[in-house]
Design a protein around this ligand. Structure first.
Ligand code: MN
Length: 582
């Protein structure tokens, strides 16, 4: 395969250039400083040069599997981060990121020489020793990284750049380790990158994964992209017409072709069952004005070309889970050819491209809204850290993390705020997301205004209301049902429910109390349906129908949470409402 067919060709050239200057004894760190200064003009270059000197002297004599001097790796990682627009501290940490793990340099020395911030970042990406931790080393390392990222998210950004460079240089490794590393990247690092919203890195990571896991598909798509007839001319025509239409409607906007990356083409091709690579022409309209200009631009585009029904999505009004915002539409463009159009403001465009890194790349522009937005963007990380504390075993934690990352997510509204959950999550998941107390005491739910079983899977955008048992039932009446473990989807809810059962080895409640509790639980459930019972007769009949010797046994079962009060009430209502006329 020729060099051009590899992912990240531009950086390959850069790498070759930096190697060249290195071997000439030239200014290897010069490119890095220039890239960094182009984005952050006031940055301190001397600290970067200092970090480079230390890293180079510590790694001296070490070679990568490819035979290159080891220092080319940390330098390339720092270069990726400089292009992403990260701050000086991140680049310093990137240059030093493998020193503690692979050289005689200790964390104490690093802290003394570069301060606690850099030390924290380096420590966050330093692997645990396999000799010491054995089998669990990998899981412990990921867990440590996530915890470190909770204090400073730049740990994850460095890790992503580190992995991207390793993926680009996997050729030197054996087939087996290429497969293993590419798969681990796909399972954990790509979804992490997605959660942080950093498209800038995700595209290259995904293309590198595809290159190693599906080399034939990669080559086929590469061929397709290079030999599309009239593709460039067509996109020029489309952008020119779009520009003219926007000008007519007085929308100030930049229109540019927005090609898909290889992995994205591959996914659409496979998902659509297409034999040849499937890829529609795509343009991005970046408006210069406020958010409302996006809708004006949409009007102009739909006025020019007929929209394809069902393809319009408003991610401005309802942002995706990683807070991605844009309008998406597909129109029938010139020559009856479908064209995809993305419409966004400049701020949305930056956020879509750089995600969490936007705050480092544009510190002035984002200063005002930074605190609140960052809290939102990292809600996912906080949730992971919450259940990290509940999981003593690192391998279990990694398992849950993988699960969480693999799930597609949905967003529902509860307590007036958006709540992000794994697809298929239920009202019980929502209740635990709102708080442990709320989860433990949850007895019923309304979804979009209608009573819904606690086990019913929720849909994107559902409005969920949770009802909890109150003081009437007393302390003993609170607690989850074991059967909830069969349907909850979020690791957080699973852990909270398991924790409740290990904490409560059923204290000594008398039978009389249980009978009272069971009756109260049923009374409460009935009231939620605005129903009451004039006599206990229907309940007695139900107890017999269900095979209980008497009503009291049924009530004890309710108190013990072996039977759901909700289910009983459902049956009672059905029984009363559908009683045949006598
Ligand atoms: Mn590394």
């Amino acid at each position: 395969m020729d060099l051009d067919a590899r992912p990240g060709t531009a950086s390959l050239t850069q790498r070759l250039r930096s190697m060249l200057s290195w071997s000439n004894g030239g200014d290897a760190v010069g490119t890095l400083v220039r890239t960094h200064r182009a984005i952050h003009s006031g940055a301190d270059a001397s600290i970067l040069r200092h970090a480079y000197r230390i890293a180079e002297s510590k790694h001296r004599g070490q070679l990568r599997k490819s035979g290159e001097p080891y220092i080319t790796h940390p330098l390339a990682v720092a270069q990726i981060l400089a292009e992403l627009g990260m701050d000086t501290t991140t680049l310093v940490a990137a240059l030093l990121h493998d020193t503690v793990e692979d050289t005689s340099y200790t964390l104490q020395e690093l802290r003394r020489d570069f301060g606690p911030e850099v030390a924290h970042l380096v420590d966050g990406v330093t692997k645990f020793d396999k000799m010491f931790y054995g089998q669990d080393a990998e899981a412990e390392t990921i867990r440590k990284m996530i915890v470190a990222a909770g204090r400073d998210v730049r740990v994850l950004v460095i890790k992503l750049a580190d992995r991207l460079h390793n993926m680009r240089t996997l050729d030197a490794r054996s087939h087996a380790s290429r497969q293993r590393i590419a798969r681990a990247t796909q399972d954990v690092l790509v979804p992490l990158c997605d959660r942080l919203g950093i498209q800038f890195l995700k595209r290259d990571l995904e293309d590198a994964v595809l290159f190693h896991l599906e080399p034939e598909a990669y080559a086929r798509i590469h061929d397709h992209v290079r030999h599309r007839p009239h593709w460039k001319e067509y996109l020029e025509e489309v952008t020119a017409q779009a520009r003219a239409a926007l000008r007519r409607d007085k929308v100030d906007a930049d229109v540019r072709p927005r090609p898909r990356h290889y992995y994205s083409i591959w996914k659409d091709t496979v998902a659509g069952g297409h034999q040849v690579p499937f890829d529609l022409p795509r343009i991005a309209v970046v408006v210069d004005g406020p958010e409302t200009d996006c809708y004006t631009a949409l009007g102009a585009i739909h006025g020019l070309w007929r929209p394809v029904a069902g393809r319009f999505k408003d991610f401005i009004a309802s942002p995706k889970n990683n807070l991605y915002r844009s309008l998406h539409t597909t129109v029938i463009g010139p020559g009856e050819q479908p064209v995809e159009v993305l419409i966004r403001t400049e701020a949305m465009h930056r956020a879509a491209e750089y995600g969490i890194a936007v705050y480092y790349r544009f510190p002035k522009a984002t200063a005002a809204q930074a605190a609140a937005d960052r809290a939102d963007e990292l809600a996912w990380l906080r949730r992971v850290l919450d259940w990290e504390q509940e999981t003593p075993k690192a391998t279990e934690f990694l398992e849950s993390l993988r699960g969480d990352l693999a799930e597609t997510q949905i967003q529902v509204i509860a307590d007036g705020r958006p709540v992000v959950l794994p697809a298929g999550a239920t009202p019980v998941d929502v209740a635990y997301e709102l708080g442990t107390e709320k989860g433990d005491c949850c007895v019923g739910a309304k979804v979009n205004g209608r009573y819904t079983p606690l086990s019913a899977p929720l849909q994107e955008g559902d409005v969920v209301e949770i009802f909890t048992a109150d003081a009437e039932l007393g302390e003993a009446g609170r607690g989850p049902l074991r059967e909830w473990l069969d349907f909850v989807k979020s690791p957080h809810a699973q852990m909270q429910i398991s924790r409740w059962f290990s904490d409560h080895n059923e204290p000594t409640i008398t039978i009389a109390n249980k009978v009272r509790l069971g009756r109260a639980a049923i009374g409460l459930a009935l009231r939620r349906y605005s129903r009451g019972l004039a006599t206990e007769e229907p309940l007695r009949r139900l107890a017999t129908d269900l095979g209980y010797p008497d009503l009291e046994s049924l009530l004890v079962s309710v108190a013990d949470r072996k039977v759901a009060a909700d289910m009983l009430v459902d049956r009672l209502i059905a029984q009363v409402d559908h009683q045949p006329e006598r």
